[in-house]
Design a protein around this ligand. Structure first.
Ligand SMILES: [Zn+2]
Length: 260
């Protein structure tokens, strides 16, 4: 069994054959967590998860790159994630995410960039509060913003994953000290993260596809899907010189202990 801890089957890319993609995946015993980027995709992720008995879960949240496109409403996200009457999250909503900081796409002026960063931080903090209120882990998206992210998380007690980790070992160590998991996807075929992948304790590694993005290179298709998370496990096994079964088993246990 494998768990794709970060996919986006809630995106329109899967509108035509979503149920087939999900079934293919469940038949192969590959479970998935659909992460969201805004209110609409969050709503969709919850709907999809609730349609299936088991094996497919949702994370809700506003992506840092989308903070200027949507007026973040704590109440609306809370309503999506919260199970009425219990003070807890719905059983199929297993995380707040993907949320965080992304300084990659810069607005044109320095002033606008500062405001953009400010807005991202403000909304990230609100979503951290939501995670705290509902006692949920967080799926963090961070691009060229690790220093600011580490500042925000320092001294806090959150559980979660730094998804699609591409930082330095020094940064990785800080997240690991705080108890975070590191998530790896098809980026490991593009950037050389081998030294980091070798050093991260096995009980802190999560695997993901980030479907529909990042198709693993042996495949000649345009759209990634959760079943291909096995290629990530295989590559990690190769880099660490371990067998595939071991990587599959431990990363699945990791995903279960964080999210399920
Ligand atoms: Zn993503």
């Amino acid at each position: 069994m494998l768990i794709d801890t970060h996919s986006h089957l809630n995106f329109t890319d899967f509108d035509k054959d979503r149920d087939e993609v999900i079934r293919r995946s469940l038949v192969e015993n590959t479970w998935m967590i659909n992460a969201s980027t805004n209110y609409l995709t969050s709503k969709k992720a919850v709907e999809i998860a609730e349609k299936y008995e088991e094996g497919i879960y949702a994370a809700v949240g506003l992506h840092p790159g989308d903070v200027l496109e949507e007026d973040f409403s704590y109440e609306k996200y809370r309503e999506l994630a919260h199970s009425t009457g219990s003070g807890q999250a719905k059983s199929k909503v297993v995380a707040i995410g993907e949320v965080g900081l992304d300084y990659w796409y810069k607005p044109k002026t320095k002033r606008k960039f500062e405001l953009f960063k400010q807005k991202q931080k403000e909304i990230f903090l609100k979503q951290l509060n939501l995670a705290k209120e509902l006692n949920l882990p967080i799926i963090i998206h961070c691009r060229v913003a690790h220093e600011d992210l580490l500042k925000i998380l320092k001294g806090q007690e959150f559980q979660g994953v730094i998804h699609s980790f591409t930082g330095t070992w020094e940064q990785a160590e800080k997240y690991l000290e705080m108890g975070f998991y590191l998530g790896f996807n098809g980026i490991i075929f593009k950037l050389n993260l081998n030294e980091i992948i070798k050093k991260v304790p096995l009980n802190r590694i999560l695997i993901e596809t980030d479907s529909p993005f990042l198709v693993p290179p042996p495949l000649k298709i345009k759209r990634c899907e959760p079943i291909f998370v096995k290629y990530i496990a295989q590559e990690i096994a190769k880099i660490r010189n371990e067998n595939f079964e071991k990587i599959a088993q431990i990363t699945t246990e990791n995903a279960k202990s964080l999210f399920l």
